[in-house]
Design a protein around this ligand. Structure first.
Ligand SMILES: [Zn+2]
Length: 339
């Protein structure tokens, strides 16, 4: 392996959000990863796929048409997916895709829990009482154990949505780590005055389904350049079975091959967790802040996502700072406004 000054380690976090993504995206991704001898960490959604409800929400959002045209969401996610839970019944992913889910573990990848009802978790977490959060969390972990034969070692919140109540429920599962947030290095989250002892490992890079809607990255070449020029050091990169495992599989392969050509190595999230926990006293405690990510130049949301991040992270090329009352996330030449 060629080792330059820009040595990079990437942990691939694979989110399985939908029925079609789990059914069709997993086999394709397993091929892509196997061909390059890369191991990754997959997080599964087990309950009903109500993506149609998320799509309906997009339709009622001002600026939807432009966003749809720019991101080509229907071709990105597939047409049936944008109807599930509305015009078509919601398929229960854990019942329909047991084989695909097991094939991930059989291929030697790491696995964990993403969600029961992904769309509901993202939309209603803050309004749910503790019992409802515990129920959703319980359904997902029970399905994981039924299909994979052992308790999940880790979890990653759907849509990066977490709060003090969901962290408290997860804490009781004694997970090796969670991956619920964006930006920065592993830390112990602090929320409502409580410091949690479950290690949190954030996603540190922008995701392809986000960058595809950025106007200055308007072709595959510029997308490849963006990821190739992403910062060195250890990074957690989230991909989606619906996107990198389907319509954008070829582009994802090129991104991986660029990284490999530059000497990037791949690690598992559990390895990052063990490294951090072997020096537990060095791991920082960080407050969490809630943020909605917006792409500044387009002046419209590039992803209807809010999520947790830890303010005060600073990195030469990926930095976040408070600017005229707003958090701004500087990524290369683009600016992401966090409101
Ligand atoms: Zn997800």
């Amino acid at each position: 392996m060629r080792r330059g000054f820009s040595v990079r380690r990437v942990a691939l976090k694979v989110d399985c959000d939908t029925y079609v993504g789990t059914r069709d995206g997993i086999p394709r991704l397993l091929e892509i990863l196997d061909a390059r001898r890369i191991r990754a960490t997959f997080f599964f959604t087990f309950g009903p796929d109500r993506s149609g409800i998320a799509a309906r929400r997009f339709f009622t959002t001002p600026g939807f048409l432009q966003k749809m045209l720019r991101s080509r969401a229907a071709s990105l996610y597939g047409f049936p997916t944008v109807l599930y839970g509305t015009l078509l019944p919601a398929p229960v992913i854990g019942e329909k895709c047991e084989g695909a889910i097991r094939s991930v573990a059989q291929a030697g990848h790491e696995t964990g829990v993403h969600a029961w009802d992904h769309v509901a978790w993202q939309d209603y977490l803050d309004r749910w009482p503790e019992e409802k959060i515990a129920e959703q969390n319980g359904f997902a972990h029970a399905a994981y154990e039924r299909i994979l034969g052992e308790p999940a070692p880790a979890s990653a919140a759907a849509g990066w949505a977490a709060n003090a109540r969901s962290l408290a429920i997860e804490e009781e599962r004694n997970l090796l780590y969670t991956s619920n947030s964006r930006l920065g290095a592993p830390f112990f989250p602090k929320s409502n005055g409580r410091v949690f002892r479950t290690l949190e490992i954030p996603t540190s890079l922008a995701t392809l389904d986000e960058t595809l809607s950025w106007p200055q990255l308007n072709d595959d070449e510029s997308q490849r350049r963006f990821f190739r020029e992403a910062p060195g050091g250890t990074q957690v990169h989230t991909i989606h079975t619906e996107v990198e495992g389907r319509s954008k599989a070829d582009l994802f392969e090129r991104i991986l091959d660029d990284w490999i050509a530059d000497g990037t190595s791949f690690v598992l999230l559990s390895q990052l967790a063990r490294e951090a926990l072997s020096q537990r006293e060095e791991v920082p405690v960080r407050d969490l802040a809630r943020a909605r990510l917006k792409f500044d130049r387009a002046r419209r949301p590039f992803a209807r996502r809010s999520g947790w991040f830890s303010p005060r992270w600073a990195d030469p090329s990926w930095s976040i700072s408070r600017f005229s009352g707003e958090w701004r996330w500087f990524i290369g030449s683009g600016t992401v406004r966090i409101i």
